[in-house]
Write a protein that binds this ligand. Structure first.
Ligand SMILES: Cc1ncc(COP(=O)(O)O)c(C=O)c1O
Length: 384
């Protein structure tokens, strides 16, 4: 098969639509400050065969043609992705779990970090900084160390102790700041500017969401290129939701699948800016005042990519719903005792939505549902 062109072409601004072919480590749009998306040439992608994917190994890098890297480049990888899809019969015979707890640091954040660090090392970045609630900090600490890039992580003080420990043990420079992730974001931005470090925070960098988008590619392959009816996703910054929806659409356009799943976005009732905006028909999210929830990864008062998240859910004809912390706790117990999986609260939020979806008739018990189990409970034992 003659693969004439590299599918990854460059970056396009979601707002002013400017295109950048740049080999510079760009963050937000240099012209208007909007968020950048990576551009893949779909004609080049059609030259690849879905039948030959397994020749590329088991990790998510078998889908490297969908990723914003140069062809033939060596990935910074610890074997992330390639995670199992397993049944969760205690919920219903049509519920499946994409088990992201199997990733190197126990969460799906490893996918985004592996892609971003690969691209940033190609772009010769030597120091990066990010704000995180904890899991992304662990992932970037791991991959930065592998690539010998300096990593500076800003975490809210109330992060889970194991996330703090692991970030430090993996060699990152850690600063704990008072307040929420929004405050950590301000510290990270200041540090990036003052010390000339690359800011790899959620959607400040355009190189993370395609990594999480590989979950959509794997789910489609695991369903033998037939889409499930729904994908349930616990939304924080929306990186995985935006990335997966983008990849589901691309698969349809290049003819690998015939239909797309509908996305079900779940947030805790103590911090649900996306659910609120979606159900009120808004174009962007409004800041959630005084967020309170046990799901630390979902405690994002105003996701930067609000418009992009809402557009993705809308395009998929999706559903958005809130779950209470008591329901999250119940789901954590059910998943642990009946399914044998340890979930952190942010991850259990997706499972907490299932009974409600059935009770309200939003989803039929005959429909196939894939829940993304985003993170392991081993980092949040104090909350189990
Ligand atoms: C375990 C877990 N689940 C879900 C999320 C939300 O992810 P996203 O930012 O892709 O919406 C996070 C983010 O920190 C997380 O740590």
């Amino acid at each position: 098969m003659a693969r004439s062109e590299q599918p990854y072409k460059g970056l396009r601004c979601n707002d002013c639509r400017s295109f950048f072919e740049s080999e510079e480590p760009v963050e937000r749009c240099p012209k208007c400050g909007g968020l950048l998306d990576t551009v893949l040439d779909e004609d080049s992608l059609t030259e690849y065969s879905r039948k030959r994917l397994d020749e590329g190994g088991r990790s998510m890098w078998r889908f490297s043609m969908f990723l914003p890297v140069r062809r033939g480049s060596v990935p910074v990888t610890a074997g992330e992705g390639g995670t199992p899809l397993r049944p969760a019969k205690s919920f219903s015979k049509n519920v499946w779990v994409k088990d992201e707890t199997r990733n190197p640091t126990g969460t799906f954040k490893d996918r985004g970090a592996s892609v971003a660090v690969t691209r940033l090392s190609q772009l010769k970045v030597q120091q990066l900084v990010l704000a995180s609630e904890g899991n992304a900090g662990c992932s970037f600490a791991l991959y930065s160390q592998m690539a010998r890039i300096g990593c500076h992580v800003y975490l809210p003080r109330q992060s889970n102790p194991a996330k703090i420990q692991l970030t430090k043990k993996l060699g990152a420079h850690l600063t704990q700041v008072p307040g929420t992730i929004a405050d950590a974001g301000r510290y990270a931005a200041r540090s990036a500017k003052a010390a000339g470090r690359y800011n790899a925070s959620t959607f400040v960098t355009p190189f993370r969401h395609d990594g999480k988008g590989t979950m959509a590619l794997e789910i489609s392959q695991q369903f033998e290129w037939k889409s499930p009816d729904y994908v349930v996703y616990p939304v924080g910054g929306g990186v995985g939701l935006v990335g997966m929806w983008k990849m589901f659409k691309i698969l349809g356009k290049i003819g690998w699948t015939r239909s797309n799943p509908r996305i079900i976005a779940v947030q805790p009732s103590g911090c649900a800016p996306v659910v609120e905006a979606y159900n009120r028909g808004r174009e962007d999210v409004e800041e959630w005042k005084s967020p309170r929830t046990i799901a630390n990864g979902l405690k994002i008062p105003k996701p930067l990519a609000g418009k992009w998240i809402l557009k993705s859910i809308r395009e998929s004809k999706g559903i958005a719903l809130k779950v209470r912390d008591t329901e999250i706790r119940r789901a954590m117990r059910q998943v642990a005792t009946k399914e044998g999986m340890l979930m952190e609260p942010s991850s259990a939020a997706g499972f907490a939505a299932i009974p409600r979806l059935y009770e309200t008739g939003s989803v039929d018990r005959g429909d196939t549902l894939v829940v993304i189990a985003t993170g392991s409970g081993l980092k949040t034992l104090e909350q189990l």
